[in-house]
Write a protein that binds this ligand. Structure first.
Ligand code: DQA
Length: 149
């Protein structure tokens, strides 16, 4: 079975409490549950990881990169700042999907720059937490080579 790593960056552990007008009322546990359910449907193994620490995210990528068939990452605020996470992602030969719950391009100018977009296979932003499940579907199409519309 294919293995997909899902990484959630800083403050995403506060989903449901954090700026609900921007990020919604659904908690990270509920998001991970929805991703796991979709993973089961699609026949892939999902491992989810959240950290508020840049180095911990770098270390998780370093640990997992040889064993994964795809990576979904919402680097949260590190999207806009982290060369270290970008450099770690350069280790990953499997497809990477960047996810943002909000539409970062409709927000403050400092959120318009992503250090990840140009090394990702695709980016999903502005669909709320549903974006994770949509990203997983798209990623599975890419790694299975299936054509579904
Ligand atoms: C975010 C957008 C980032 O700008 C922000 O720092 C986050 C969440 C999103 O999912 O919309 O923490 O990545």
């Amino acid at each position: 079975m294919k293995k997909i790593l899902v990484i959630h960056g800083p403050n995403l552990n506060m989903l449901g409490k954090r700026e609900p007008d921007v990020y919604g009322a659904i908690t990270l546990a509920q998001v991970d549950e929805a991703i796991a359910k979709k993973g089961k449907e699609l026949g892939v193994i999902i491992e989810s990881f959240q950290s508020n620490h840049e180095g911990a995210i770098v270390e998780k990528i370093q640990e997992m990169y040889p064993d994964i068939d795809g990576l979904i990452i919402n680097p949260a605020a590190y999207t806009h700042t982290s060369v270290a996470i970008r450099d770690a992602l350069m280790l990953v030969s499997a497809p990477i999907i960047e996810v943002h719950i909000s539409n970062i391009y409709k927000r403050e100018a400092f959120r318009h720059k992503s250090y990840i977009s140009d090394i990702a296979m695709a980016s999903m932003c502005g669909f709320g937490v549903k974006g994770y499940v949509l990203a997983l579907e798209g990623l599975c199409v890419a790694i299975e080579g299936e054509t579904v519309i």
